[in-house]
Design a protein. Structure first.
Length: 147
């Protein structure tokens, strides 16, 4: 599936659609930019971005991007995740994901003999004005498929 097709599917996916999350860009499974709109229906008690939505906007991207970039010979799962709130989100916020060849080569090397690789990926969530709102870490489990 093309990355542009997956972007359209994710934008229609209810957990994103009904929370104001929108995949703005997804290029060849190497780059994605996601926006969380601040609206009346997704604010918390303090009228700022709801923390669950901040985490949700980052949830599937590292796993999908690594899986699609490595190919069908690999198993990739989310293993763990954590979020650290830094500042209140008082406007739309954005997260960007970049996957480069060096990182993929590192994972391929770590799994070459059939071993699993547990690798952390980090993403900052920033406001439209550039302020860091939260930092999200996701740990992926990666292994070559057994034949």
């Amino acid at each position: 599936m093309k990355a542009s097709t997956l972007r359209r599917i994710l934008n229609a996916w209810p957990p994103f659609l009904f929370t104001g999350i929108r995949v703005v860009t997804m290029d060849d499974y190497r780059y994605a930019r996601v926006r969380l709109k601040l609206a009346w229906y997704n604010r918390n008690y303090m009228r700022t971005q709801f923390g669950g939505n901040l985490f949700s906007m980052t949830d599937p991207f590292w796993m999908i991007m690594v899986l699609k970039s490595l190919g069908d010979d690999y198993v990739v799962w989310d293993q763990a995740g954590e979020i650290r709130f830094i500042a209140p989100g008082r406007e739309d916020v954005f997260a960007e994901f970049r996957l480069d060849d060096a990182l993929l080569d590192e994972v391929r090397e770590a799994t070459a003999g059939g071993e699993k690789c547990l690798r952390w990926f980090e993403t900052d969530i920033r406001s439209a004005s550039g302020e860091r709102v939260a930092s999200v870490r996701k740990q992926l489990y990666v292994r070559r498929k057994r034949r």
